[in-house]
Design a protein around this ligand. Structure first.
Ligand SMILES: Cc1cc2nc3c(=O)[nH]c(=O)nc-3n(C[C@H](O)[C@H](O)[C@H](O)COP(=O)(O)OP(=O)(O)OC[C@H]3O[C@@H](n4cnc5c(N)ncnc54)[C@H](O)[C@@H]3O)c2cc1C
Length: 301
């Protein structure tokens, strides 16, 4: 279990003492509150707190549009309109705070999303746990031959076994040395802020991450996407399941207009119009590069 005993006790206490509130409550989200959702081999996400629901979005939109929204018959229609027209600020009225436990190399990608508030476990103050991400055999893949930023076929047989052995051995050795340097048994003991520099990037860290729904959707669009690295995508996929229950209307609009949608360039639109008029168009006379053409054909399935 990736939670410490203290964390589990704090969660049990929080769940045992529900408080009556006048604040907006999203019933779907209440079920996720405090529960640890396992991700990767030692990671997790856990909803610590949230603010707002689908109605918070429409409420804010109706303040800004006033009588102009009266013709929109339902909250769902209004939310879909907002998403379709990139009216982002009503979505900023909802917020979520997550406790995330993740390998450091995933944290480096995650932290690039600047529009969130983060508080990370201090490895200057505390000693990191002996927990390292070791990929499951099916995720131990070779370098992709077509995409410099991607992976290809799964490693097989002896090579897979050797790589796993290296990953496990190096992690264990690095942590043994970390402990040996920290030890104050018969020596001064190296400062925690220095001893940590010897740990590999697959060691786990933890943080609290608070973000509004607009910026969370931006994060999810980039990280729940097949182009994102598997190890961050699984976190984004888990968050998607939570958001689906928290703000079902907003998530439905996000799924439709962002996750499942495709953006076409002006050149791509011209090709589509020519094709609809019955013309056979090839990459050579499309005005698109080979790469663009490949992505365009891929988007059309
Ligand atoms: C598949 C993939 C591959 C990637 N590869 C690389 C890579 O090789 N190297 C690399 O360095 N990064 C890489 N990244 C990271 C990427 O470039 C972004 O840094 C990251 O996705 C965060 O996106 P963001 O800046 O839009 O998000 P946020 O920081 O959350 O910002 C959200 C939006 O707010 C606005 N914004 C925020 N801060 C500013 C600012 N200071 N000035 C102006 N506008 C701002 C922008 O409109 C931005 O889109 C990759 C990301 C993905 C998804």
């Amino acid at each position: 279990m990736p939670l410490t005993e203290e964390q589990q006790a704090a969660i049990a206490e929080a769940r045992a003492n529900p408080q009556p509130t006048l604040r907006a409550v999203a019933p779907g989200m209440e079920a996720w509150m405090h529960a640890a959702i396992p991700v990767l081999d030692h990671g997790l996400i856990r909803v610590v707190d949230y603010m707002g629901d689908d109605r918070a979005i429409t409420q804010a939109a109706r303040v800004s549009y006033g009588a102009g929204t009266k013709h929109v018959s339902s909250d769902e229609g209004l939310i879909r309109y907002l998403m379709r027209h990139w009216h982002s600020t009503p979505f900023e009225m909802c917020e979520i705070k997550l406790h995330v436990k993740l390998p450091v190399f995933v944290a480096r990608q995650w932290i690039r999303h600047r529009t969130a508030n983060v508080n990370e476990y201090s490895a200057r103050y505390s000693i990191l746990d002996r927990e390292f991400y070791i990929p499951a055999p099916e995720h131990l893949a070779a370098q992709s031959a077509v995409n410099n930023q991607g992976r290809g076929e799964t490693l097989q047989g002896e090579e897979a076994a050797r790589v796993l052995e290296i990953l496990k051995g190096d992690s264990t050795r690095a942590y043994d040395n970390y402990e040996a340097m920290l030890s104050q048994d018969g020596q001064a003991g190296l400062a925690r802020e220095l001893a940590r520099m010897n740990l590999p990037a697959n060691v786990y860290t933890q943080w609290y991450w608070k973000v509004d729904l607009h910026n969370l959707f931006h994060f999810l669009r980039l990280r729940a996407d097949p182009h994102a690295q598997y190890e961050i995508r699984v976190y984004a996929d888990a968050i998607c399941e939570v958001v689906k229950d928290w703000v079902p209307m907003a998530y439905g609009a996000f799924e439709d207009y962002r996750l499942d949608a495709v953006q076409f360039s002006g050149k791509a639109m011209a090709v589509l119009r020519r094709r609809l008029a019955g013309e056979v168009v090839t990459q050579e006379d499309s005005g698109m590069s080979k790469g663009e053409w490949r992505e365009f054909e891929g988007a059309l399935g």
